[in-house]
Design a protein. Sequence first.
Length: 570
Amino acid sequence: MSIFSKLFKLFLTVVLMPLIPMALLLAYYQNRQQDNILETHYNLAEIVSYNINHYTEELNWRLAFSRQIPFLSDKKQDVSALLANALDTNPDFVLLAVLDQNGREQLRVRRGTDAEPGEKIDLSADASLNDMAANPRIYLTALQPTAAAPVAEFVYPLADGRFLYGILSLYELLDRLQQMRIGRTGQVYLAAADGNLFLLPFQWQPGVNAADLQKVFENKNRFIKKLPSQNGVMVGAYASAAPLGVYITVLQPREEALRSLYFSNIVIFLFLLAIATLAYFGALTFSRSLGEPIAALAQGAREVSRGNLDHRVNEDAGWGELQQLIVSFNKMTADLKDYQALQIKNQVSEMKEQIFRSVAHDLRAPLLGLQGYIYLLSSGKATEEQKKEYLQRMKEGTQNLSSLLEDVLAVSRVQAGMTLPQRQNLSVRPLLQNVLHTIEPAAKEKNLRLELTCDQNVTAWADPKLLRRIVTNLLSNAVKFTQQGFIETQAYEENGQTVVSVRDSGKGMDEKQCREVFEKYRQVDETAEGYGLGLFISRQLARAHGGDLTVQSLPGQGSTFILRLPKEEK
């Protein structure tokens, strides 16, 4: 990804990020606004419900005439005139009747002279009559539809144990309800518990399905947020009118109820779109003005890292502080070019000195072995067979000396990254045995015990010359810093790696010395001879193979150097 793309995305994110919580906050308030609209519908339903409840409570006062019925009955006077007068003064009363204590009809008065008498009223099967008699107040039954308008039955206990029965017309109530509107088309309806609406013949029908409305009532949520109908989706609210067993339902087309909300949504959307558009082009312009000079500087840095110190960045590509930075960068590359020429001369001189020190260090180990064999031969204690063996090993040692010079040069090239180890699959045990034979005379001079633990099938994917060099450095250092005891060499395969460890019984090292022992020109024991290059070179060679060289040591408990090389197949 280019610097321009990164800056563009960064600036765009910074500008647009505040829009996300703003959009969420607006969405929250939009939802709250919708609830407020539905709350208005619910308040209207509650008002109507309260009026209906007040209407039913008012019936108790309107039935005060019923107290005269027991008195007229005791005087053997006609009760029908009283009931007829009650029908005349209460237009919403359709029928009035007196029932005996068992709930059977004794007397009936019906509105209209030509009305059919019909079947006699019999509520003797109603088990609630006893409860009604014990608590004298009006009892309303559930609303019932008729051809003209919904009606409701009521029962009122009389003082002599009988009951006043009546049928109440709610035509006038429905007529008032249908005149109540919310918005242009929203209206108030009476709905039964099964979802059926009580409508007057001329009243506008919302076209809702009774089963859908029944589910709304069963969910016990006062808001109607989405109700399908033949006239589109409806919204609204409802409240219960318990005395009549119905629901006061306010319905309004969703499109009309939320029109103002839709309009505000469109305005807010256009506002956010305008902000996002300005943010996009602003981020594009700003990132381009920053990205181009930074990209030019990055390209210049890459050219310098490749060694091209003649590269110059166009100073007109930047502005302000960026232009000053480009000028400073070009001056820096010019100074680096001059410094590079001087540095090359110093590096050549240092490399020569380093090669000399490496040669002197690497020659010490085989020369130490040759001196040991010479000492054994000059002692006069060696047998003829031992002399032949010592001479043969001395011959091998001198042959190794000639190749060591080439190895040191190869190591210098490895450190400089100019060459790679020539790896091959080799057996580790013969190589270790050969190195142990080289240092054995020096170990015998100190009476040190050399031990080797390595199976014949242990192999390594390594350069044989460089691996021998690493092991030789480790074993010669072990002999050098161990005064008595043993030197144990182990080789094994573990987790896809070849592991070679050299453990001695020397004086060991503390934590600080373990960190410094692999540094160039660092001698942990300042009294010891050498230049501090052996372990440094050995670790470099191990890492050139893709492995590593580490140490584990404690003061007074000896040291263990562990060489790990990745194992690969041929």
